[in-house]
Every structure is written in C-alpha cells, then in structure tokens.
Design a protein around this ligand. Structure first.
Ligand SMILES: [Zn+2]
Ligand SMILES: [Zn+2]
Length: 147
C-alpha cells in the first residue's frame, strides 16, 4: 500500500495508514461518519476532516468510489476487479451487492453496437428488501401507518 501510494505521489503517514487500514477492514459501502467512528476508537487525535480528506484520497487513487443513491448520503465502496450491481432498499437504506458479469456482457455489446467504448458500468436497483416488504405487509394488517 505504501509503495502504491508513493507511485501515485502521496506520502504514507501513520494516521493515513490507520485510516486506510480501517477503510479496507470495514464492510462495504460505508459513510464518512462510520469510518470516523471506527478510526476514533483507534486514535482519538484524528479529526473528522482528516478522515474525510483521506477517504477522498482513496477514491482519487482509484481504490474506492462514491456511491450516491439519491438519499443525500454519500457512501464509499471499495473498487473490486469484478463489477457488481447494487440493490438499494429505499426504506431501511440497506445496500446489497450482486454479481453482474452477464449483464455487463450485454451492456458492453449494446455499447459496441453504438460504436461506444464503455469505461464503467453502474447497475442499481432501488426498491424494498424482503424485511421491509414483510414489515409493510404487517403494518397494513394492523392498520398502522407510522412509516
Ligand atoms: Zn458496492
Ligand atoms: Zn429494507
């Protein structure tokens, strides 16, 4: 990682190393707040803006990317070799991943048919997860609408 950053022209400081390590240890799709909480447990001297700046840096060097799902919260996703799609629950904000190799093949072919060279694919499905569907069904049964 140190070597990798140096080739990109960045220094690896102990704080930066801690932030990077924490990011790659966490679950996928974390927010700045979630990363900040984790980093603060390990080193209370690291400020919010330092965490935010380093997260931006992780994106800049191509190891992560921002995911915006229209709910005003920016999540950060590790960049993986295999592309994946997102299933986003608009009720509980759960974000799940699914493999998209077959879809990407189809999309690449569609792009090729239009003489377009694709660089990047975003496949996102928004809706309600299983749990929220059940909860919604229960709510309407009980006649409650406190959603
Ligand atoms: Zn993802
Ligand atoms: Zn849900």
């Amino acid at each position: 990682m140190k070597e990798f950053l140096r080739t990109k022209g960045f220094k690896m400081t102990p704080q930066r190393e801690l932030i990077f390590r924490s990011f790659f240890e966490l679950e996928e799709h974390i927010t700045v707040d979630e990363l900040y909480d984790k980093v603060r447990i390990l080193d209370r001297s690291i400020g919010y803006s330092t965490v935010w700046r380093n997260l931006k840096l992780i994106c800049k060097v191509g190891l992560a990317e921002e995911v915006n799902l229209g709910d005003g919260i920016t999540r950060y996703d590790r960049v993986t070799k295999v592309p994946h799609g997102h299933l986003f629950c608009i009720s509980c904000k759960k974000l799940e991943e699914f493999p998209v190799e077959q879809l990407v093949g189809l999309l690449a072919q569609t792009a090729g048919d239009k003489s377009f060279t694709p660089e990047n694919f975003k496949i996102e499905i928004q809706g309600f997860c299983e749990k929220c569907q059940k909860e919604n069904a229960n709510d309407s049964k009980n006649g409650e609408d406190d959603v």
